[in-house]
Write a protein that binds this ligand. Structure first.
Ligand code: C5P
Length: 222
């Protein structure tokens, strides 16, 4: 219970993943990408032909979800039911499906224990929407990372372009707004900063600048 935890919450595309991964590397701590769990669950539902609104079907799927996170040299490989889904879960269709299953209270409940099991010595950096508010309310340092929807859409656009995907920035902005509204508007664990979170706006900041600000905040708590 006294494993030190850093939580990084915020809307999609604010740079949480990049920040969390560099914090985990810097401190030599474990890393939980909770969004990946919701993404994997959405993929599992599609595989098993379970509808994204089917509570009775999704809740047992969530509690028994056969997913492992395997660290190899550089990357964390995500394996669902024996199949590597690391790259398959990183698209807007899956992200959107994830935000639908994530709106179901029984699903969130079913995934709580699994998420908390990542808190192991020497420490954990947990990335998500409700890490500081629900999953790890006693975390030592909580960061809420935001950025304007436009700058988040632009970041996504560059990422996807670099991977060779053909996308429209206006469409990405629309998707971001829809997903924000769903994540912030849901009844269970809505997206919002914890009361004791450091709110960091990354609009116009470089990755290095965001990292420095976050690290300074954390080092004051260590
Ligand atoms: O962070 P990422 O984009 O991978 O998350 C995908 C979706 O999973 C989010 O839009 C959100 O609906 C859901 N999610 C959540 N709680 C978390 C992490 C992700 O509801 N802790």
């Amino acid at each position: 219970d006294n494993v030190p935890i850093i939580t990084v919450d915020g809307p999609s595309g604010a740079g949480k993943g990049t920040l969390s991964a560099s914090l985990a590397r810097t401190y030599g701590w474990h890393f939980l990408d909770s969004g990946a769990i919701y993404r994997v669950l959405a993929v599992a539902a599609l595989h098993h032909g379970i509808e994204l609104s089917d509570q009775a079907g999704l809740s047992p799927l969530a509690s028994g979800l056969d997913v492992t996170f395997q660290s190899d040299a550089e990357k964390i490989r995500i394996v669902l039911e024996g199949e590597d889904v690391t790259d398959d879960i990183r698209n807007e269709v899956v992200g959107n499906a994830a935000s639908k299953v994530a709106a179901i209270p029984l699903v969130r409940e079913a995934l709580l224990r699994r998420q908390r099991s990542f808190a192991e010595s020497p420490g954990l950096v947990a990335d998500g929407r409700d890490m500081g508010t629900v999953v790890f309310p006693n975390a030592m340092a909580k960061i809420y990372l935001t950025a304007s929807p436009e700058s988040r859409a632009e970041r996504r656009y560059k990422e996807l372009k670099a991977k060779g995907h053909d996308v429209k920035i206006s469409r990405l902005l629309e998707d971001i707004k829809v997903r924000d509204a769903r994540d912030a508007g849901r009844v269970t664990a809505p997206l919002r900063p914890a009361e004791d979170a450091y709110e960091l706006d990354s609009t116009g900041l470089s990755i290095a600048q965001v990292f420095e600000k976050a690290k300074e905040f954390i080092d004051n708590k260590l």
